[in-house]
Design a protein around this ligand. Structure first.
Ligand code: NAI
Ligand code: MG
Length: 504
């Protein structure tokens, strides 16, 4: 795996690229670090250079079978099943503390594997993951049912005591993407463990390293064997085996809308529960009364944060005609100023895209946009010829119906579109298959409320963008997904409600 010959993260898709060697990172199944039964492994690459950084085990169906069996045993008969809610909460707190102790190492791993600037991983990815575990630890002891007055017309005079209790949904398969590898693991594991579920987690093949290291901390924190199993592997093999596995009760997925639909079909066989956090094409609306001094840098960071590799990226920028030129020039100037480079360099503000596949996809969008008449005011091409860098790009002269306007690009590319009328811009904003996030910039509180209500999106930011908190639910309308992660809402993704009715 040493040759630099095949830089594509996707090059070895589906088939394990090599036999495991002594250096192959093992995966966590039933408390043991093991190689794949089939003996396969695959490389993960540094996106800044295209060179391999490590080899990990290529889990497949047989490995998923073992992991699911371990999670089932842990759920039904293991010590986990007898822990109190308070003990579960304390384990989560311990995990958060361990993560905090190793913050620098996790930030480094995340930057190396995903390409993002180290400074960003240090202040965003890792602290948000720590916070999420602490927040969910608090919920472990607050998951309770209610009592109900019962009036049964056909049982006159009878008395009942009726109540609900919330129970863990069971064994959960969790499939996560590469854009925020550790944070996505935390969003998935936090509520699952707070509620008492057990888990088989499959990290993205592009970025498995932080999840594997997290597995070590999960053991160090004292979670019993089999409660969290981490199987590395490709989507079409390990992921598909997990999504369709008859031994799991629920699958939670974050990734492309295309694969989200495959997950739903795989889960349909036995109607396992499904939650999905999928794509977006989020509208970011600057009204004529906006404070441009905050809206312009806000619009730039809405799209360029994490290189545009955010499901909620503000990729359709609607600007009132009055300010259109000033705003697009401001965003284009911000784009040109962004320091693009390898994530480990201290002055880097934007790293490479995660993989050669994503580079090709984003460049394909740029070509299609230009061919259809869109004009780049900044960027518009690849940056350099090594690694997977793309220039931060601002497109104008777009038309409704163009691929760049309608589809998720998942790169640092924003389409700026002028408007004159508020109703018209709300209709345009909502006229998309996605509904994950949206934003509005205005100094008029009444318009802020009215537009926030009218936007069909799971999150609406007003005079800000990309603000996340463990307490705030996150998820999508329409084809952006099913269910809400984070906040109290996340608990309902991992619990069943049981009604108990006792005749007195
Ligand atoms: P993807 O949806 O293929 O990958 C996400 C996860 O799903 C990975 O762990 C992958 O191994 C797994 N997976 C893939 N195929 C599977 C299958 N058949 N069964 C079960 N699991 C499977 O996303 P990909 O190919 O990495 O990126 C493609 C596009 O998806 C991006 O350009 C972007 O538009 C979107 N995306 C959205 C994300 C989000 O946060 N909503 C995150 C990553 C990608
Ligand atoms: Mg894919």
């Amino acid at each position: 795996m040493k040759t630099a010959k095949s830089p594509a993260k996707s090059a070895a898709k589906s088939k394990p690229a090599a036999k495991a060697s002594a250096k192959t990172r093992p995966m966590l199944i039933n408390g043991k670090w093991v190689q794949a039964l089939g003996g396969g492994s695959f490389p993960t690459f540094n996106p800044a250079t295209g060179l391999p950084i490590a080899n990990v085990a290529a889990g497949e169906k047989a490995d998923v079978d073992l992991a699911v069996a371990a999670a089932r045993a842990a759920f039904e008969t293991g010590p986990w099943s007898r822990l109190t809610a308070s003990e579960r909460g304390r384990l989560l707190l311990r995990l958060a503390d361990l993560l905090e102790k190793n913050l620098e190492e996790f930030a480094t791993l995340e930057s190396l594997d995903n390409g993002k600037p180290l400074g960003v991983a240090r202040v965003a990815d890792v602290p948000l993951a720590i916070d999420l575990f602490r927040y969910m630890a608090g919920w472990a002891t607050k998951i309770h049912g209610r009592t109900f007055p019962i009036s049964v017309p056909y049982a006159p005079g009878a008395r009942f005591h009726a109540f609900t209790q919330r129970e863990p949904v069971g064994v959960v398969g969790q499939i996560i993407p590469w854009n925020f590898p550790l944070l996505m693991a935390a969003w998935k594991l936090g509520p699952a463990l707070a509620t008492g579920c057990t888990v088989v987690l499959k990290p993205a093949e592009q970025t498995p390293l932080s999840a594997l290291r997290l597995g070590e901390l999960i053991q160090e924190a004292g979670f019993p064997d089999g409660v969290v199993n981490i199987v590395t592997g490709y989507g079409e093999t390990a992921g598909a085996a997990l999504a369709g596995h008859p031994g799991i009760d629920k699958v939670a997925f974050t990734g492309s809308t295309e694969v989200g639909k495959i997950i739903v079909r795989a889960a349909a066989n036995d109607l396992k529960k499904v939650s999905l956090e999928l794509g977006g094409k989020s509208p970011n609306i600057i009204l004529d009364d906006a404070d441009l001094a905050t809206a312009i840098p806000g619009a730039a960071s809405a799209i360029f944060f994490n290189h545009g590799q955010c499901c909620c990226a503000g990729s359709r920028l609607y600007v009132h005609k009055k300010h259109f030129d000033k705003v697009v020039e401001g965003v284009a100037a911000a784009a040109k100023k962004i320091k693009v480079g390898p994530g480990h360099l201290p002055d880097t503000e934007m790293g490479p895209l995660v993989s050669e596949e994503q580079l090709a996809r984003v460049l394909g969008f740029l070509e299609s946009g230009k061919a259809q008449g869109a004009k780049p005011l900044a960027g518009g091409t690849r940056a350099g010829d090594k690694g997977y860098f793309v220039q931060p790009t601002v497109l104008v002269n777009t038309k409704p119906g163009m691929k760049v306007v309608e589809e998720e690009i998942f790169g640092p590319v924003v389409c700026a579109i002028p408007f004159t009328d508020v109703d018209e811009v709300v209709a345009a904003a909502n006229n998309n298959i996605y509904g994950l996030a949206a934003a509005v910039w205005t100094t008029n509180v009444s318009r802020a409320h009215t537009i926030a209500s009218a936007l069909r999106a799971g999150t609406v930011w007003v005079n800000c963008y990309n603000i996340f908190d463990a307490a705030l639910p996150f998820g999508g309308y329409k084809q952006s997904g099913w269910g809400r992660e984070m906040g109290e809402e996340a608990l309902s993704l991992y619990t069943e409600t049981k009604a108990v009715c006792i005749r007195l």
